[in-house]
Design a protein around this ligand. Structure first.
Ligand SMILES: *Cc1c(COP(=O)(O)O)cnc(C)c1O
Length: 457
């Protein structure tokens, strides 16, 4: 079965759902509304849903809901189904692994799939030095482990992050996020020794990479002191913060300072990694070779898996037994991850990400000529965003316009396009499709986006 599916997808991807947008009911439809009522009785109100349509099937770049509506998915579960929903090779690999062994616990009796994923991560993360990996279940858990390892290696306590960062919802990562609401409000007390340094945000600060880095370093030296700093955790392209692409030279200058001062610099590539930006890891765009790299979201095609990968001497700092967890590196998730790496190569997905960037950015540039509330178009590969500002302020004041983003997201949902918002002020519209999204689907979605801007009045 594996061979048949692999042979088919070697030529052209085979889709089990037509790759088209289709709206056949009001959104949400009656069946979704019924499910939503059931959910409200039993699912915590603390868990929200951006669009309460209940999904029955998904394939390629399309979500099908219980009422038969088909959505063009520009969220991909926040950059998780990067190789496409239910990608044939991933499905086959996971299904086959389910027959063989589902769980042993790697820390009791190991298995090859875990080792294979570690080999693939060592090969594909930036830098040619010796690397090692620990596998865990979620992005936040990867962040927690990266910090643990850096502290153990350095014998230092302080953790630095950047303004506009997002790192998760566990206790430590809540303290590492920039935005309190909704991620932290009322959930304290929080972990201490976490410091928030200024970032590089070219649209708003206008600083060169070296100047922005000098500002970050000045903050760290004054407020923390290099001698107490275990690690600096940085998203090479910030995700929830709004897809800010740092100015050239920013990340490498910071890495130089970290290396000179014995600080472990950690790339949180949880959203930007796994071919998303047209490179295996976004750090490569900036010539950055981080000490540790965090992978999650896209790594296993939709199954829960995350990793910390990095310099062997740092990764080996922990005492045996200090790292791990019951489900970390689950065999089914690992088998899926191996298939994801294969799918990226076989389906030429790095080039597909670049195609998506070209198509999206040229379409968005045309819209920006007509709608002056589009203040900025930015991103790399299939990680592109527009930042919206108040009418007439685009050039000068750049006042955030979250209302327009909310209205556009709501309008597009009614037409069968799923867009996500982002940004510290909620004024960023992000495009984070699977790399299976065709130019025809992007053009179709851009038409809906055009209508959405026109409807703003
Ligand atoms: C999503 C995300 C996380 C947290 O990952 P979870 O799997 O949700 O815990 C951390 N960092 C970045 C950059 C993310 O996008």
């Amino acid at each position: 079965m594996t061979d048949t599916i692999a042979a088919q997808s070697a030529s052209a991807p085979v889709y089990t759902v037509t790759q088209e947008r289709k709206v056949v009911t009001a959104i949400p439809g009656p069946k979704s509304q019924e499910l939503h009522e059931r959910r409200r009785a039993v699912v915590s109100d603390g868990v929200s849903s951006a669009l309460p349509v209940y999904i029955e099937r998904a394939n390629g770049a399309i979500l099908v809901d219980v009422d038969g509506n088909q959505f063009v998915d520009f969220g991909a579960g926040i950059g998780v189904t990067t190789v496409g929903h239910t990608e044939a090779n991933v499905v086959a690999a996971a299904a086959s692994q389910l027959q063989d062994v589902i769980h042993t616990l790697f820390t009791i009796t190991p298995y090859e799939e875990y080792v294979r994923v570690a080999e693939l991560l060592a090969e594909h993360t930036p830098g040619t030095f010796a690397k090692k990996t620990v596998l865990v279940n979620s992005g936040a858990e990867a962040v927690e482990n990266g910090v643990k390892i850096a502290r153990k290696h350095t014998g230092r306590r302080a953790v630095a992050v950047l303004d506009h960062a997002y790192h998760g919802r566990t206790n430590l990562t809540m303290a590492m996020n920039y935005k309190a609401s909704p991620y932290a409000t009322g959930f304290g007390p929080f972990a201490g020794d976490v410091y928030h340094a200024p970032s590089s945000y070219p649209y708003r600060d206008g600083l060169s990479g070296p100047d922005a880095a000098a500002r970050t370093i000045a903050y760290l030296e004054k407020v923390v002191g290099a001698a107490d700093l275990a690690c600096l955790v940085v998203e090479p392209i910030q995700g929830e913060g709004g897809f800010m692409v740092p100015a050239d030279g920013y990340l490498t200058t910071l890495q130089g300072w970290c290396t000179a001062n014995g600080v472990v610099m950690i790339a949180d590539e949880i959203q930007s990694g796994m071919a998303r930006t047209g490179r295996f890891y976004a750090s490569e765009h900036f010539g950055w070779e981080p000490d540790l790299v965090l992978s999650a979201k896209g790594v296993a095609g939709g199954l829960p898996l995350a990793a910390v990968t990095g310099r062997a001497e740092i990764m080996d700092a922990s005492q045996p037994g200090g790292l791990g967890g019951t489900f970390g590196g689950n065999p089914v998730a690992c088998a899926a991850a191996v298939a994801v790496f294969e799918a990226i190569d076989r389906n030429g997905l790095l080039a597909e990400a670049e195609r998506i960037e070209r198509t999206l950015k040229s379409g968005l540039a045309k819209l920006a000529e007509r709608y002056d509330i589009i203040g900025d178009i930015r991103g790399k590969g299939a990680m592109v965003a527009i930042e919206l500002v108040q009418p007439g302020t685009a050039i000068t004041e750049k006042q955030p316009n979250p209302e327009a983003v909310s209205q556009i997201v709501a309008f597009a949902a009614q037409r069968g396009v799923l867009f996500l918002n982002a940004g510290t002020w909620g004024n960023v519209l992000r495009f984070l499709p699977s790399l299976a999204v065709t130019d025809a689907l992007i053009d179709d979605a851009l038409t809906v986006l055009d209508d959405a801007f026109a409807a703003l009045g």
